[in-house]
Each structure stands twice: as C-alpha cells, then as structure tokens.
Design a protein around this ligand. Sequence first.
Ligand SMILES: Nc1ncnc2c1ncn2[C@@H]1O[C@H](COP(=O)(O)OP(=O)(O)OP(=O)(O)O)[C@@H](O)[C@H]1O
Ligand SMILES: [Mg+2]
Length: 459
Amino acid sequence: MATEAYDQKRLSALLEAGIALTSELSLDAVLQKLVETAGVLTRARYAALGVIDSSGKGLERFLTHGIDPETHQAIGELPKGRGILGVLIREAKPLRLHNLSEDPHSVGFPPNHPPMRTFLGVPIMLRGVAFGNLYLAEKEDGTDFSAEDEELERLVIDLVASKTGKVFQRKRSERVDSVVDDPEVDQAVARRMGATTSLHVPLVVRERAIGVMSAHDKLGSDPRFTEDDLRLAEAFAARATIAVDLSKRVTRDALRHAVEAQELERRRLARELHDEIGQDLTSILLTLKRIEEGKTPGDIGPAAEMLRELVVTALQDVRRLAVELRPKALDDFGLVPALERLGQMVQEQTEMSVEVQERLGGERLPADVETAFYRIVQEALTNVVKHARAGTVSILLTHRDGSAAAVVEDDGQGFDPSAEHEGLGLLGIRERLGLLDGRLRIESSPGKGTTLVAEVPLR
Ligand SMILES: Nc1ncnc2c1ncn2[C@@H]1O[C@H](COP(=O)(O)OP(=O)(O)OP(=O)(O)O)[C@@H](O)[C@H]1O
Ligand SMILES: [Mg+2]
C-alpha cells in the first residue's frame, strides 16, 4: 500500500475512533471500538483489550477483535492475566515480541487458540492508573510490530483520556479558542485532525454524564466559537439529552410490559398443561390401574377403548398447545396457511364462522412481520371469542404503499375503545407493532361489531 494512502487510512480510523468515543454511550462499546481501531491502524490480524481487575493482578474483562464467535467458544474461558499478559499488567510498559511462545514468560496457548507469533502489548493508563492493556498479534504482512505501531497505539489510547474524556468527567461545557494552548489537549491528536479551536458540551441526565458533544473550527473567517455558540450548543445538548433519556425510559417500559405479557402467556399455558393434559394423563393412569386390578380378560375391551379415547384427547391437547406456542405451519408454509389453520381451529371450537382472505399477491412478508401478524390475529381472535359474541369473523391480509396490514373484523356486539379498560391483549398488540414501527387502529362502537387494523411499514 502506498504510504500516503495508508496514512490516510490510519488517520480516518483515528478520527472514527474519536467520533465513536464521543458518541457511544456505553463503556463496552467504546472499548470495543478502541480494540478494532487499534487492529486496523497497526494492520494486526488479532487485537484485544484486557481490563485490569480491582486486585490489580488479573483481568476482569477481555474484549477481542479478529476472533470469530465459534473460535471464542472453542477456546473457552477468557485469559486471567498470567504469562505474557501478566508481565504487561505488572510492568505497565510496552512489549514487542517476534515470537510470543519463545518468550521465557510464555505459558503457552489454551487448546483451539489460533497460532500467534508477532506481538505488541501497550499499557493503557487512565489518569495515571493502569487501566488495562491493548494486545495486538500477527501483523498482516508477517513482519514484526514497529516502534511506530507502538506510537500509534498510544495515540488511540490517548483519545480515551482526551479533552472529551475530561469534559465528560467534569460535566461542564467548555470553549477552547486555541487548541495549541490548552494543556489538556493531546497536541499530537489535534495536529493530525488539523483542529485549531473547539467546543465541548456534556450530555447530562440526572447528574450523570452520558456523552459529550464536540465541535471544531467554526466555519467563516474566525474559527473561534462565541458564548452564543456555546449556549446554542448547550440548548441543543439539553434537548438531545431529554430525547435520549426519554427513549431509554420508553424502551424500558415497553420491555417491562412485554415481559409481563409473556409471563401471563406462560402462566396460561402452564395452567392448560396442568389442567387439561395433566387431567388426561391422570385419567389414563386410573384406567390402567383398574385394568391391573380387575385382571378379568373380559373387561379389557371397553377399558382399552376408553384408554384410546383418553390418549387421543391428550394428543389433541398437546397439538393445540404446540400450535399456540409456535405453529409449525408458520415456519413451513407461511402466514396465510398458518392463519387458515388457526381460523379452522377457532371455528371448530366455537359456533363462529371464520374466513381468511389474502391480498398479498402471493408474496411472503418478512419473517418478523409474519410472526407479529400471527400473534396479533391470534389475540384478536381470542378477544372476539371472549368478548364479541359474533357470528362471523373475517381476517384479511393486504399490502399497499409500502406497508402491510392485518385486518380482523367481527360482527359482534362491539365496544367503546375510548372508554373500555385495556387489558394485556391490546397492549401486547401495540407493543409488537411498536417494535416494527407499526400502528394499531380499532374501529368499534357498541352493537356495530369491531374492526382491528394492524399496519406495519415494509422496509
Ligand atoms: N372484538 C371485540 N369485541 C368486543 N369487545 C372487545 C373486542 N376486543 C376487545 N374488546 C374489549 O376490549 C377490552 C380490552 O381487550 P384486551 O385484549 O386488551 O383485554 P382482555 O381481553 O380483557 O384481557 P387479556 O387480553 O389481558 O386477557 C376487552 O376487555 C373487551 O371489553
Ligand atoms: Mg384479550
């Protein structure tokens, strides 16, 4: 690779890491990005980061790059920080090796570990304390890691302890008119970025910093930011923070409802398993006992007949429960046949007539939409059976203008959607749709039947 192009790539990787560090909200995501960037910059096939535990002697976290999940699993337990990794933890000095396993400190690799020869280890110091180490192995072209690689690693690491990191800690916004004169700024990084001024605003939610927004070099003749710019950025950050906080809370609430609904569903299935299948099996046992005690061959005919009936009922119950849990037809044949089967089952169990119409032009919907529609129709039908006293219910699948819809219409007694208390059924439907950016519409009024429309955009 031409040096210039290579430098360009290194620079953009660095910048990318900088952006990630200031935009990622979780420490793990930031550290993972750091590992990846370190690997790209030095052209190492494998990169890893070990976080030193509170005892200061071992590792509590180990993030890797370049090792696929299967290999990860095959290797098993994460390294504890013995051998070469231990040397790095103790001495907190960079270490470059031509061949890892030839070093006298090496304790060898666990089984299934990919072979690694060339190695570079760099300590990560955060505010003067050894936080962890970056490990790189197997430089792409087979050569040893260089002093320059070592320097680059330091650059990446410094980003973590950068100006942004400090603003994050202090939770106070800041305007820097001259980056060169700011002792907190890593000058090497600033030079590479070509930045002369900066503006940093922390995103703070209930006293806790969740991120930092940074801008460099105002456009126009004067690259310095003004107090007004700072205030504008703060106002923007405040809004962004509220949005992040709100979306987190909404996600948490939605998740809680979803878990509650699932738990309710499980409880119902458990009850059915216990009541119906449990009872079927108990009856079978009792009949068997009677046969054993009776011991008269003449009695066996009717008893066997009874046993057969009981087994048939138990089988039907098991099948029905299996279909409710996850209909095989949905995976094997798709949504329409699965709904037809569901409709048929409801029709057999009730006096209601159920019809299914498909206007999808024979095309299958994305798998997550199919599952959602199946569950939604299932709950809608349960509601019709439970509340509607309907004679007919029709299920319609359509798509138009980039969205798909499932419509369930009954001719029952209807209800007032604005007045009626919502149970977990409709809530569950809304949440399923929410996850797919879809929405629910209910048209119903007392005496006029109910139409439920579940609509999902198709991407
Ligand atoms: N097709 C329908 N016909 C008449 N009323 C309906 C229909 N669907 C829903 N409702 C009314 O809306 C209410 C809310 O339905 P929802 O499914 O959320 O709760 P639920 O069925 O009462 O309880 P859950 O689903 O948690 O077991 C019902 O109690 C019922 O009064
Ligand atoms: Mg319901």
